[in-house]
Design a protein around this ligand. Structure first.
Ligand code: MN
Length: 266
């Protein structure tokens, strides 16, 4: 079995190494990831400048590839160049340093890399550790909890073995979030709602010109039964099947009825 792994935290990220080491035990793993952190880059691809690939050494001494592009670029380069003569059986993206829940999926480079894998016809999984801690805290004595990738890494291995027996349908990926502590169970979930409060921090540079920071505040999760955010809030592994088809079928039915009604009235 051959597996291509990538991420959006950069090729030297600890989560990528944990994933590689877990999958090394069951497959021939090719590592190709962005040469720098690319979190929240979404599904952007590089069209207007050349892409470069360089070989790098990971912290455990193993060989990997770093690309100058985005996570989605890495999947394209991996499948169409590095592995062109022996395509991967799976693309696994992660282990992301932080959750990808609810509306995070829209922004996530981790999930977008798995989407690119699906577009290229390869079964794909996005994997994240649901660890989050505000860097700016009122109380300086508050220490962030340890970020432990081991549960997510162990689950990645189990999941790949499961998917060998039970293949995913086309145009679908799995978005997996794992607690940073011993999980209480596993739930198959739907994408929930996680909102980031609209926030704009406007400052002035030394020349008196304004500049801006967006984001920064903790997200607000809606604890809806069966959702990914609820599973993680309860300490369970969340597995969400995600399709590339974004159509709202219920609304489509309603619109058809409405439009038909309008046409009849004319
Ligand atoms: Mn990331």
């Amino acid at each position: 079995m051959r597996i291509l792994i990538t991420n959006d935290d950069g090729v030297q990220a600890e989560g990528l190494l944990a994933l590689k080491q877990a999958l090394d035990t069951i497959a021939e793993v090719t590592v190709l990831a962005p040469d720098r952190p690319r979190s929240a880059c979404g599904h952007s691809i590089t069209l207007h400048k050349p892409l470069r690939l360089v070989s790098v050494t990971l912290a455990d001494g193993s060989a990997a590839w770093a690309a100058s592009g985005t996570p989605a670029d890495c999947v394209t380069l991996g499948v169409l160049d590095l592995m062109q003569h022996a395509p991967p059986d799976f693309v696994i993206s992660g282990i992301n340093h932080g959750p990808n829940l609810g509306w995070d999926l829209t922004y996530s480079g981790t999930v977008s890399a798995a989407m690119e894998g699906v577009i290229l016809g390869i079964p794909s999984v996005a994997l994240s550790v649901a660890w989050r801690f505000r860097l700016v805290v009122e109380d300086e004595a508050v220490k962030p909890p340890p970020l432990d990738f081991s549960y997510a890494a162990a689950y990645a291995r189990d999941l790949v073995l499961h998917l060998c027996e039970h293949p995913l349908p086309a145009h679908t990926l799995l978005n997996v979030n794992v607690p940073y502590y011993q999980p209480t169970g596993l739930r198959v979930t739907h994408q929930g709602i996680r909102r980031y409060p609209a926030k704009l921090d406007r400052r002035l540079d030394p020349m008196g010109r304004p500049y801006y920071w967006i984001g920064g505040d903790d997200p607000v999760d809606v604890h809806e039964e069966g959702s990914d955010v609820a599973a993680i809030a309860d300490g369970a592994i969340s597995v969400t099947p995600v399709q590339l088809d974004l159509t709202d079928y219920r609304l489509a039915e309603k619109l058809r009825a409405e439009f038909l009604h309008d046409v009849v009235q004319v």
